[in-house]
Design a protein around this ligand. Structure first.
Ligand SMILES: [Zn+2]
Length: 399
């Protein structure tokens, strides 16, 4: 990451690369996605009859407070511009809970279905001012993600932005500036590094160039938005929106999206290994030295939920689960990544893509599932806040 590319004076930690040209595929897709058949009436800034203006009020069939200018039902699958891809059911649960409308529940209109031969399962609906399609993955990993994304592109030919939303393992201290990432914080990818892509030599592993080089960087539109969101004011606005969406998710008891408590956010020293597989740290008696986290110490009590922070930066993506504090720190130092996950690399090759993932563990041997639902909720909340800054391409908007 070249220091010259950093945003000066801003809290944006990702790298902004200028002068990048779109890959032929991306250019083709973008040029082919303008919708010419949407009438001015199709998009309205008037409140929908059943739309609420506050999370606390009844919300049928629409949810959410920030739905200024909800789009009308698309005429066809080609009118969807946003795809969301999730690997785990608990990630889907959190994302779906933030839909403002569900087109699949609309019995008066024909279903969107999908292209012949597409095995994916989808939900369609509205998030904020966008029509979105949510694609479910049958299993985790890059191959499954790539396959789901490819079929999704076949059925929904107007997709301009794919968001991979869910949970990840975080690097506890950013390698670039040392700032803390705590559980529940959200990482928004400024790039994806496929760190296990290379050759294993007898003595060492030689990684090929990063995905940034192999597959191309995010397109200009995405990079411009990330640069904007990295500025102090925009990031604060985004985090405030995220906090509002998170409160909505936490009000839904069956999502179990409550903050597990600062005392449960344990970071062991990188070299301290978990004692027993298939048992929790409590059950097997992990008692290694804990690393001090100043943000957690600032919490007024154990149950008060520190406001999740959004971190922009490189996401490490691989087919293996990262379960080693030592390896985590080595790769973070070497590659500049701030989190680890398994799907981004698969989608990156297919769609213009941003990975938005909540930190549910520290990618070490102590990883457990305690934080998954909360982290899935913060990621979904961040996704909705992010989308509020994304401008739909379709013309003749009433806003
Ligand atoms: Zn442990």
């Amino acid at each position: 990451m070249g220091a010259g590319n950093q945003f000066p004076g801003a809290s944006f930690h990702g790298t902004v690369h200028f002068g990048q040209t779109l890959s032929p595929n991306h250019q083709e897709r973008r040029q082919g996605t303008r919708q010419e058949d949407v009438s001015p009436e199709a998009w309205t800034s008037k409140p929908q009859p059943a739309t609420t203006s506050d999370y606390g009020r009844p919300s049928t069939p629409s949810r959410g407070p920030i739905s200024q200018g909800q789009p009308s039902r698309p005429a066809s699958r080609d009118d969807f511009e946003i795809a969301i891809i999730c690997a785990l059911p608990l990630e889907v649960d959190a994302v779906e809970a933030l839909f403002d409308r569900h087109w699949d529940d609309d019995d008066d209109s024909p279903p969107y279905d999908k292209a012949a031969g597409d095995p994916n399962a989808y939900s369609t609906g509205v998030i904020g001012r966008h029509n979105v399609v949510l694609a479910y993955m049958p299993n985790m990993g890059k191959v499954a993600a790539g396959s789901v994304a490819s079929y999704c592109r076949m059925s929904f030919r107007g997709i301009r932005l794919a968001l991979v939303v869910g949970i990840c393992g975080a690097v506890p201290f950013r390698p670039d500036d040392g700032s803390e990432i705590v559980l529940g914080d959200v990482i928004v990818s400024s790039g994806v590094v496929q760190f296990d892509f290379g050759r294993q030599l007898p003595e060492r592993f030689v990684r090929k160039d990063t995905l940034l080089d192999v597959l191309g960087r995010q397109n200009t539109e995405i990079r411009a938005l990330l640069a904007k969101l990295g500025t102090r004011r925009s990031r604060k606005t985004m985090q405030d929106k995220m906090a509002a969406h998170l409160r909505h998710l936490q009000a839904e008891a069956d999502l179990v999206a409550r903050y597990p408590g600062a005392a449960q956010d344990k970071l062991f020293e990188a070299a301290y290994r978990h004692l027993l597989d298939d048992a929790s740290c409590d059950a097997c008696g992990c008692d290694g030295q804990l690393v001090r986290r100043s943000r957690l110490e600032q919490s007024s009590d154990d149950t008060s939920c520190p406001q999740p922070v959004v971190h922009f930066g490189l996401m490490g993506s691989s087919d293996k689960v990262m379960k080693s504090g030592v390896e985590r720190d080595a790769i973070a130092q070497q590659e500049g990544v701030i989190a680890f996950e398994m799907e981004g690399a698969g989608v990156w090759d297919v769609f213009p893509c941003v990975v938005i993932k909540g930190a549910c563990d520290y990618a070490d041997s102590h990883k457990n599932k305690k934080w998954q639902r909360y982290a899935a909720a913060t990621a979904a909340a961040c996704m909705k806040a992010f989308l509020s800054h994304w401008i739909p391409l379709q013309p003749n908007r009433a806003y």
